[in-house]
Design a protein around this ligand. Structure first.
Ligand code: MEV
Length: 439
């Protein structure tokens, strides 16, 4: 067994690579070579990436693709997507093109409220705590003035601070439940700094509050942190068309398709096993845009899945209906995004992605992301209720299999042609490849 190492972070990048390759891999030279092949030859750019995190040894590439033809509120976007799954960009593009000639996506911002909480323990009389909170509330705001001045100037800031009694869930547990408007910033630093200041005011004012007993004066702040659950920072994206327009074929087929799409959504509403996969498909689109635009996909994932359970049962994020001959398909999704600050100012590819999107505001980005998630779900459901998912997936997967087999460009061309009329399975590709080799 390899011995633990002290001071790994202090080693140079070269030393770190040597240590990891020598101690944890069998083919050490190969490991070192691969790690270094992924270094950027531009040393300044490489240094930028090295410094994003601790203990960087290489770069981890994901493809950056474009899904064009997204018509959102009558504006045309080409959406950058960073993702490794082969069929996702193709599906988004196909869906975007489909809706392009049917009015495109319509989106509405339902709210932009961000949330943070100071979690604390108070052992004493709840009524006294309430009176104390009302006495110091304005001081909580003013003590944070220095932090909020510039956000306020731009039209944002703290929107509310509320004392919440959580003692039914946990003995002596209370919170300051705080809401914020952070405009184009995701706002994590702003919110966390404000919360830590609120906590300080809370603690210091309690110590000198005359009506409190000694025990009551001792408010114990457990933690102050933003919440990634943002049920009031929500965007709606929708598409709709007449049943006739839904199909390129005949009207009966279109009616049948519309009904099956609604059924598929209804199943995802009532059945958790299906809902998770249904929403995973939506996240294929959402995460890819979130990553390309330098936002925090873990935060978005956590918030969205909590939102999908907001009625006590994990359920579909999308909804669908047929009314008066019109098929409607929509999504409500919480998205706390930023288009300034963080990685958006640092990562050159993120800047390019935001340029491609015409430098959107955070609310515009919310709308683009929601439309991409909806497009993804539409593409998945349409395949699932018609041809099945594997047909499209395996076509896209073909290239991955051929790359794994080490096929040349010429061989790839021949085999791609061959599989235009033959079913793609892993073994069929391997045997067609072997046949070609032996020809
Ligand atoms: C695969 O990445 C996503 C799907 O499974 C989504 C779905 O089933 O709706 C195709």
């Amino acid at each position: 067994m390899t011995a633990p190492i002290q001071g790994f972070s202090k080693l140079s990048k070269e030393e770190k690579i040597n240590w990891i390759a020598d101690n944890y891999t069998l083919n050490t030279e190969h490991t070192k070579e691969v790690l270094k092949v992924y270094w950027n030859s531009d040393t300044k750019l490489q240094k930028l990436h090295d410094e994003f995190i601790e203990n960087t040894i290489s770069n981890y590439y994901l493809p950056l693709g474009i899904a064009p033809n997204f018509l959102i509120n009558n504006k045309l976007y080409a959406v950058p997507m960073a993702i490794e799954e082969s069929s996702v960009v193709a599906a988004a593009s196909k869906s975007a093109k489909f809706w392009l000639s049917r009015g495109g996506f319509k989106t509405t911002i339902l709210g932009t409220e961000k949330v943070g909480q100071v979690h604390f323990i108070f052992k004493g009389d709840e009524k006294k705590l309430e009176a104390f909170f009302n006495t110091i509330k304005s001081k909580i705001y003013t003590d944070a003035d220095e932090l909020t001045t510039s956000m306020k100037k731009r039209g944002g800031g703290i929107t509310n601070i509320e004392l919440r009694n959580k003692t039914e869930d946990l003995e002596n547990y209370y919170q300051l439940h705080c809401t914020f408007e952070t405009l184009d910033a995701m706002g994590a630093n702003f919110i966390n700094s404000c919360l830590e200041q609120f906590a300080k005011t809370l603690k210091t004012e309690a110590l000198v509050y005359a009506d409190f007993s000694d025990d009551e004066k001792n408010i114990e702040v457990v933690m102050s942190i933003l919440s990634n659950y943002v049920p009031n920072c929500v965007v709606r994206a929708e598409v709709s068309c007449t049943i006739e327009e839904l199909s390129e074929g005949n009207i009966e087929e279109a009616q049948h398709l519309a009904e099956k799409l609604v059924q598929a959504v209804t199943i995802a509403k009532v059945e958790t096993y299906r809902a998770v996969t249904h929403n995973k498909g939506i996240m294929n689109g959402i995460d890819a845009v979130i990553l390309a635009t330098g936002n925090d996909f873990r935060a978005i994932e956590a918030g969205i899945h909590a939102y999908a359970s907001k009625n006590g049962k994990y359920s579909s994020l999308t909804d669908a209906s047929i009314e008066n001959g019109v098929f409607k398909f929509w999504i409500d999704v919480p998205l706390a995004l930023g288009t300034v600050g963080g990685l958006t100012n640092l990562h050159p590819l993120v800047k390019v992605a935001l340029d491609i999107l015409q430098k959107p505001s955070a609310t515009e980005l919310m709308q683009i992301v929601a439309a991409t998630g909806l497009a993804q779900n539409f593409a998945a459901l349409r395949s699932l209720v018609t041809t099945g998912i594997q047909e499209g997936h395996m076509k896209m997967h073909l290239l991955n299999i051929l790359n794994q087999l080490g096929a040349t460009d010429e061989e790839k061309k021949t085999l791609t042609n061959h599989f235009k009329t033959n079913t793609v399975t892993h073994s069929a590709v391997v045997s067609a490849y072997n046949n070609l080799k032996n020809d």
